[in-house]
Ligand binder design. Structure first.
Ligand code: G4P
Length: 531
């Protein structure tokens, strides 16, 4: 088991849309031999032009099951690359996926630098101290000055960086990169199908041969490297693992340039599967009993069968097929006869899986995001929260004959994490909260197609949903009765304050010091366990 854990690396690639995440994913899979042709992953993208094309979303949903986990073998390592949706309206999906990885590779477009989505995603990584490797892409195009890019990364992302490779010019004049760690020159040639790289060792940059190879750029490279070695501390793996420092590589994913050195460094330095905090203690991967958590659910891929796949990240022990496991929230024993592993495009039934692995469990409606499976212990993984939604609408049933279908549909879609559901009284009105506009359209479309129910949405002026608790029961009751019109109840019947504005939220915090306002549902997991 120890060997199996040590040879695993579970990570995600994150980027602002268009920086090159899909292209880099594809090249990594090509190296791993997991796919044979370029273009295989490409289809897993919601095109910018098709943001309101639901058929496209549906098609993507089908594809994204296949690409949710892309496992491949490389140099004796088992690498699990988890896919994250690029579209900003699905950001919450990405945040949850980040709870299931141990490190990330961040792709930056050399011309655009740090973009809005990059900043939001990095905030989540920082919250969790996830180690980050940066890949600055598209060096074959004119981009920003590399030193400026490093400054921008430090400033906007609030991280320390350390270049491990350095570009020699850019755009049409891009000659390649100098690997500062291996002391090697990696020469660039534009070629989308290249596999091998043209590498020359240069332990001493003053070597005249450098001038012969890269001509007038040699002087600039020498000056740049001298500056880097003077300004930046030597790279320290431990600082990277603590998420204090992010190593930076330059390359061109489309030309498969700099990708192998990124991958080779990744397997050398990226963390092996890490443990996770639970409601009772920190669980180490080496613990002998199996445990894991659900971070993603895909439902109703085939409308004729109510099938769902729940994605489980294994944290400790060995998962075995056909063995009974304990579903902690439901206090129920479950057995899985077809647990699935994912190797790039292929799915296969597995007999066992190890910490760091992600497996798909076919499910008839037992799972919600954040659920924990164990060998019997009553503990719950924490840190897989629902985030406070930012957009709210009231759900209106358009067809009273289909009330049951609507109820069931919305129940299942919210279990899947598409949106959050709150009830307000009187009248049991349903408020849907999301992080993006697109989700409302997705809900409407899926209710109609999968549940034959039809709905519309009414605008409602809420700004934020905060779960509320208090150590003094009467204080909570008083708050709830005073704020009646702004109190909602989540699916587990926890009270939620639906604040009309930031200002009124702050006022409520001041006026009611005994009430705790939670921006994520995190508190629930521990509370449920303790209750
Ligand atoms: P994403 O998943 O982060 O959204 O980005 P994706 O890989 O789809 O890349 C976005 C665009 O950038 C694509 O062009 C892709 O070909 C291009 N690209 C990726 N890496 C490089 C690189 O190293 N150099 C250059 N010059 N371009 C790169 P597109 O026109 O949107 O798509 P396509 O028609 O090429 O498929």
């Amino acid at each position: 088991m120890k060997t199996e854990i040590e040879r695993r690396k579970t990570f995600a690639i994150i980027s602002h849309p268009d920086a090159g995440k899909t292209t880099l994913t594809e090249k990594l899979l090509l190296f791993g031999g997991a796919i044979q042709t370029a273009g295989a992953v490409k289809s897993n993208k919601i095109k910018k032009t098709a943001t309101s094309d639901f058929m496209e979303i549906e098609r993507q949903r089908g594809i994204s099951v296949a690409t949710s986990v892309m496992g491949f073998e490389y140099n004796g390592y088992k690498i699990n690359l988890l896919d994250t949706p690029g579209h900003k309206d699905f950001a919450e999906d990405t945040y949850r996926t980040l709870t299931a990885v141990d490190s990330v590779i961040l792709v930056i477009d050399a011309a655009n630098g740090v973009e809005s989505q990059t900043e939001r995603l990095m905030e989540v990584c920082r919250m969790r101290d996830t180690p980050v490797i940066v890949f600055i892409n598209k060096m074959d195009r004119e981009g920003k000055d590399p030193f400026d890019l490093l400054d921008e990364l430090e400033l906007k992302l609030n991280i320390h960086v350390r270049p491990l490779s350095w570009p020699i010019n850019m755009g049409e004049r891009f000659k390649g990169v100098y690997n500062l760690y291996e002391k090697q020159l990696n020469l660039f040639s534009a070629n989308k199908t290249r596999i091998s790289e043209d590498i020359i060792s240069f332990s001493d940059l003053s070597d005249r041969q450098l001038d012969e190879i890269i001509g007038s750029d040699a002087a600039q490279l020498r000056a740049d490297v001298e500056l880097i070695e003077g300004v930046y501390e030597p790279f320290d793996k431990e600082s990277y693992l603590r998420a204090d420092i992010a190593p930076v590589f330059f390359g061109s994913a489309i030309n498969n340039f700099g990708v192998r050195e990124l991958l080779d460094t990744f397997i050398r330095i990226a963390p092996q599967p890490l443990g996770r905090p639970s409601s009772v203690r920190f669980i180490q991967p080496s613990e002998h009993t199996f445990s894991g958590f659900i971070f993603k659910i895909h439902a109703n891929l085939d409308p004729r069968h109510r099938d769902r796949i729940a994605f489980l990240r294994i944290v400790s022990g060995i998962f075995e097929r056909n063995k009974f496991y304990h579903h902690v929230r439901m206090q129920k024993e479950l057995r899985f006869s077809n647990p699935t592993s994912f190797m790039a495009q292929d799915k296969s039934v597995i007999d066992e899986a190890y910490p760091g692995d992600v497996i798909g469990l076919y499910d008839a409606g037992n799972f919600k995001i954040g659920d924990t499976l164990t060998e019997g212990e009553s503990m719950q993984y924490i840190g897989i929260p629902s985030f406070s939604p930012e957009l709210f609408r009231e759900l209106i049933n358009k067809d009273p004959m289909k009330t049951k279908q609507l109820e069931k549909g919305i129940e299942q879609l919210t279990d899947e994490g598409v949106a959050q559901l709150f009830y307000i009284q009187p009248g049991n009105r349903k408020i849907i909260g999301t992080v993006g506009e697109l989700q409302f359209e997705v809900i409407q479309y899926r209710l109609e197609h999968e549940y034959k129910a039809s709905c519309t949405f009414m605008p409602i002026a809420f700004h934020k949903a905060c779960w509320i608790t208090s150590s003094i029961k009467t204080k909570l009751e008083e708050f709830i009765s005073r704020k009646q019109t702004n109190i909602g109840w989540d699916k587990d019947n926890n009270p939620v304050f639906l604040a009309p504005s930031e200002w009124l939220l702050n006022l409520a915090k001041q006026d009611y010091p005994d009430i705790v306002f939670h921006a994520t549902s995190e508190f629930k997991q521990t509370a449920q366990h303790l209750s």
